[in-house]
Ligand binder design. Structure first.
Ligand SMILES: Cc1cc2nc3c(=O)[nH]c(=O)nc-3n(C[C@H](O)[C@H](O)[C@H](O)COP(=O)(O)OP(=O)(O)OC[C@H]3O[C@@H](n4cnc5c(N)ncnc54)[C@H](O)[C@@H]3O)c2cc1C
Length: 303
């Protein structure tokens, strides 16, 4: 029996564990991946908005977090696959057959990039699918590429690729791009960028690597193929809540919490992006972790 089980070891889960340890709670963190850090592994841009310290990228910030985590005294199991969770009973069953029990549960499972779900998307991973323009653009210099999405992230990536690629085609299913005005203006002023609105990418085609995409422009029109060597998809994120969505109050998949990070199930808390659809940030995630830990400690009369 643990005082607290935390599911997920991104910034939110790690901060919760760090604070739980400081408050004298017996804490176990379960992480499905090989490594801790969550989305920090995909942050290739400099992080200049975390008060008190700057980092060249997510890995650098994670190294700082890891140093603190290593000095703390809580249990952390990586590569741990959870088969089911009973929120009311605070019982976590692992794929290995082991059952774990705690007094409080903290959901810190974050979000994952939304997939397009078209043929070729998975097959060409690492063979022309671009994960990040910041990281990969030199690899695609001199090649025609396609970006899917209409928000800030898609626009920003298209602009970065346009610095090194002869053509960038931005495909967006809506009538208007949602990206902020500054990005929209920049997109318009770049002659190498073509924007297809009300259009969807229906297939990624190639042999050894990506060679083309199929685009459907407006309903009813015949799809056409466009030769490209790289495809970057930025169509938002979705919360990792499949394990417990049916057992608590959620909105569009995101866990609903009160100002103390508690869900509608007593002693079940949610922290970080999984409960923050409007303002997902590292500061928000670590702050929510601190709040949850302090509330749990006070409920258990520890500090
Ligand atoms: C490209 C990019 C740039 C960004 N730049 C910034 C920035 O400049 N400033 C900023 O403040 N924020 C930035 N962010 C956002 C920031 O990374 C997130 O807000 C933060 O990582 C959220 O932390 P989290 O712990 O809530 O979730 P995550 O980082 O998503 O971590 C969740 C963890 O839970 C694990 N998990 C999920 N499901 C399970 C399960 N069933 N069992 C066990 N473990 C599970 C995951 O493997 C993961 O390790 C950026 C994000 C991206 C992608």
């Amino acid at each position: 029996m643990h005082d607290v089980i935390i599911i997920g070891a991104g910034p939110a889960g790690l901060s919760t564990a760090f604070w739980c340890d400081e408050l004298g709670l017996d804490t176990l963190v379960l992480e499905q991946s090989e490594e801790i850090g969550g989305q920090l592994h995909r942050v290739y841009n400099p992080i200049n908005n975390y008060l008190g310290l700057k980092a060249r990228n997510g890995e650098e910030l994670l190294a700082r977090f890891t140093a603190d985590v290593d000095s703390a005294d809580f249990d952390l199991w990586t590569q741990t696959s959870i088969s089911s969770v009973d929120l009311k009973a605070k019982r976590v069953s692992l794929a290995s057959g082991e059952n774990l029990q705690s007094i409080a549960l903290v959901i810190a499972t974050g979000v994952r990039p939304r997939e397009l779900g078209v043929p070729g998307e998975k097959e060409f991973a690492g063979k022309g699918m671009i994960e990040s323009a910041t990281r990969d653009r030199e690899l695609f210099a001199g090649q025609d590429v396609c970006v899917v999405g209409g928000g800030d992230a898609a626009a920003e990536n298209a602009l970065l690729l346009a610095e090194v690629c002869p053509t960038v085609t931005l495909v967006h299913r809506g009538k208007k791009l949602r990206a902020r005005p500054e990005f929209r203006e920049k997109l318009q002023s770049q002659h190498c960028i073509t924007v297809f609105t009300e259009s969807v990418l229906t297939r990624i085609i190639g042999g050894e690597r990506v060679e083309a995409v199929e685009i459907q422009r407006k309903q009813g029109l015949k799809p056409f193929q466009l030769a490209v060597r790289g495809v970057l998809i930025r169509i938002g994120v979705e919360p990792n809540t499949e394990l417990f969505r049916e057992q608590l109050e959620s909105e569009n998949g995101y866990v609903v919490v009160n100002s103390q990070q508690e869900t509608n199930v007593p002693m079940v808390f949610a922290v970080g992006d999984v409960s923050s659809p409007v303002a997902p940030t590292i500061s928000g995630a670590t702050g929510a972790g601190a709040t949850a830990a302090k509330v749990i400690a006070s409920r258990l009369n520890r500090k």
